[in-house]
Write a protein that binds this ligand. Sequence first.
Ligand code: 3AM
Length: 177
Amino acid sequence: MQRRLFFALPAQELRSELKHCQHELLTEGHKKPVKADNFHLTLHFLGMQDDSILPALYKAAADIECAPFEIRLDQYGLFHHARCLWLGPSHPPAALQVLFSRLSDKLKVLGLDVSSNYQPHITLFRNAHTPAQALAPELELAVSEFILYESCSTAEGVIYMPLRRWALGKHSVHEKP
Ligand code: 3AM
């Protein structure tokens, strides 16, 4: 079976703050807010992959060593091409780049295409055409784990299912929730 996969950092701990940002931006005419259940900060998008790759992905992720860290989210941005309006860090912490690069190295060994051009962001709106006018908040995202998600299309829209999560600073692996 083929699955659409991506590695990301969960952002549910900032759920109410991010919803507040969306509420403020709605007044600027942005119309398609991302569902709060889907808030995340992508590390690597893998696209459609066969199930058979999952054990290798689990092994690769479990081998990654990285201490927990924080990300200060303090700027809004717009990807014109993808039409997504996002909140992200103006100064991404070195630890985020380290986690991104270590995962990237492991994925390359598995023969996967990974992006080297990394702009960390949490998407707040889809189908966005104009930048945010409002001043961005300053939010701290505490990063203590990363997750392999499956992106599933449903009648209610896309949902992101965590397949497996890995705690930072430990080698513990938690099974599928
Ligand atoms: O929309 P965001 O960026 O918040 O990062 C993309 C998305 O989260 C990425 O995977 C996440 C879940 O869909 N993504 C989706 N399609 C992509 C593509 N074609 C993609 N990244 C690169 N290329």
